[in-house]
Design a protein. Sequence first.
Lengths: 159, 778
Amino acid sequence: MPAQPPPGTGALLSPRRMLVPCDGSDAAFSALALACDIANRTGGRVFAVHVIVVRRSLPIDDPMLPESKRGNAILTRAEEIGKAMGQSVETELLQARDAGSSIIDEAENLAVDAIFLGLELKERIGEPTVGAKIDHLLREAPCQVWIFRDTLANEGTAR
Amino acid sequence: MADEDRPASEPGAPAEPPPDADAGRRRVISRPAPPRQPRAPMELRGSDVVAPHAEGARDEEGRLRPAIEERGPQPPPANRLRPDLELREVRTGSRPGSKYVRQMRVHSTTFQTVEPGVLMATAEAFRPRSGFGRFSTALRRRFIGLPLATEQLAHERLTKIKALAVFSSDALSSVAYATEEILYILVGAASIGIASAVIPISIGIVILLAIVAISYRQTIRAYPNGGGSYIVAHNELGVWPGLIAAGSLMVDYILTVAVSISSGVQAVTSAVEALHPYTVEIAIAALLFMVIVNLRGVRESGSIFAAPTYVFIASILLMIGVAFFKIIGGGGSPISGGAPQTGVHLLKQGTESVGIFLILRAFASGCTAMTGVEAISNGVPAFEKPESQNARITLVWMASILGVMFMGISLLAHHYGIRPDDPAQKGAQTVLSKIAHESFGQGNNPFYIITQAATFLILVLAANTSFADFPRLSSILAHDGYMPHQFAFRGERLAFSNGIIVLGIISGLLIIGFKANTDALIPLYAVGVFVSFTLSQSGMVRHWIVRRRAGGEEARGAQRSMIINGTGAVATGVVALVIAGTKFIYGAWIVILLIPLIVLLLRAIGRHYETVEREVHLSDDELQHLPPPAPVKHTVLVPVGSINRPVVQTLAYARSLSNDVTAVHITDTLEDAERLRARWEEWGSDVPLVIIDSPYRSFNGPLMAYIDLVSQQRGPNHIITVVLPEFVPEHWYEHLLHGQTALRLKASLLFRPNTVVADVPQHLGKRRTRGQGTGNRE
């Protein structure tokens, strides 16, 4: 008798509202493309956010012009990728003291089913690590967290 | 306006009160209504004020003022629009005390956020919204291509190879008719023996070409951003010399198009006699082709023009080479003159005596070979980097090729004893066609056909030099305020579309007017070009004098350059006088008269823009002391035909602008006006209604007179705002069913000072389908 998938697997693999934090890395854009692909199949929506981390010495609503400009460029690229994938990606720019917390807050606010993260392995004292932000999201996120890591040959900036 | 069909009120106008009129009334009347006036007697003619402003509100000059005080500066509302349309909010995070700022970007296909406060319109924003717009856009896309973004402008640069084709086709192609024009004068007007003068005349022209080319190399060096005659003369000699150079060039660019295309068509009719009756039609079709190609943009035109230009150069050089080989192989010398041919369509043998005037006139006609030499110096910015160096190299290529081809053709014409035919005669052949036959053999052999076809193509495409330079010159003049600003705007394909279209129209008229006859157009030609050469070179002399005086590094080589440009200025100046003198009675007088007229027109346009600038300009100092914009004092007038939904909506809008609103009803039937007043009072609007009887049934006149009186009462610094209710039918053809009173009124008010006109459109079809409200809800 062939093995049956566990009940509810289909729903697990079909998130309808997806949030992709974009830091401008190739991995993040790959995760976005993956989310768009899933959204195309599920008829879902994709949100892309870029978080500007505001130093404690500055007010939280500081204009942060250079960072805003870079963030807007990243989100414009995200919109272009979405358009190329046939998805209308909704983009937001966040300003927060801590990137991980604001992504979780926004995931709750947007009631997303999954957060898609692009992973670029970093090395700390010779050991590969996913980084503090992803670690935080894995522990605190109220929804599914999908982590996407490209083949090492394509990772480029990570190594 | 709502009742725009009617000059005054009509009986039976649809005037049902809005279904929520009561609710609207409750909300609109937020203060005590002004006391209602007793109804005026019906026999009263003129203005009949139903509810005038409250009494006692008069200013120190006794002028009536609104009962309600003008509103002062208001603080911005809490939900004030962010200009970049972004939504920005501070949100509380899930962690105690944490906050973050959420900025939702514009989620639109029509705009992209570049940075805070800066939006960029995408291609989607340019999509036409109306049916006609979609049709015209589809037509433009088909013929002109997809629009190019401004950022693509930097990529629209020409290599030397393409630039030679684009900027030199005019000069190079003139070898097709320059020798012929010399012979036309010499043989047509004098005895046959004088035809041998073609050789010294051609040598003189080649020497002049060398002088001008060397001079323009100096100009390109000094003006790496484009040193057209206008720029040089304007910068170095002043406004008037600059404008004379500009006017001369403009005339010559137009003539270049007409002459080149006409001559090209003549090459075709030389080869295909059956096409002779369709000369003008073929010329206009070729012109249309040129306009479309140029509207597509400079790079593509470069690609299109490169092949014919190089085929022409190759075929002419081959023709000269083969002919020389035959002559030398046969033991002859190309320098020796041949016996005159006995063609069947020879011109009338001349009776004029051989004289210096005839030689000079022939020389002047031959100078048409030099038109277009300055094009490269005008178009330096269109070259690939390093622009200046590439332009100088291309200029040398062009002058060398031109010199060789022109001299070769003149020698062969002399050697074979070729005489020009009368172009009006059937079966007439060009001199070039005859030489090609001598070289490649009689009959329509392939080389002959290629030469003739390439000649036709390059002559048609030679007009491209003008299509490249006329719009560029126009844009520079427009930028400097000497031509309408529309000429400075780039079209969808980054070309100066308005200049291209205007050049196309004027040269088209010339082709039709002169029946595409090159010989008739030639006397008008080359005057302007030599005037602009002279002014440009004189300007360069002054440029080097100033540099020399400045001393230091700048003075290096200045003396040498000054001598070169000085020689150019003298030579071209003398030639300009020769051309003007010898061609004057043959048609040059038209150009000599036209150039000053154009100059005066350009100066008049310049003066207009200077006046406008003086009136509207705010200096930095004035700006610093300027208070922030304060609310203006204005009185609002709403012309009404009856009480209906659009009128109620318009009054609601008018009330949101000011408390000082008056409804104006123009009528030619006081009974109808009476009914309207009764309904008005029944409605209970706080907006007073004035009825103006118009016994001559005109609408605009009485309303304008009433506005004049209100304006007179309010004083000169008071704005009169006229808010018009206007029907917008769903389909364009439904406009025909409406009288367009609002449109006529807007046209009348456009020129009235201190008057603002606002439209409150009522989209009829959309309103029906969407079931919009009356608009008077708050």
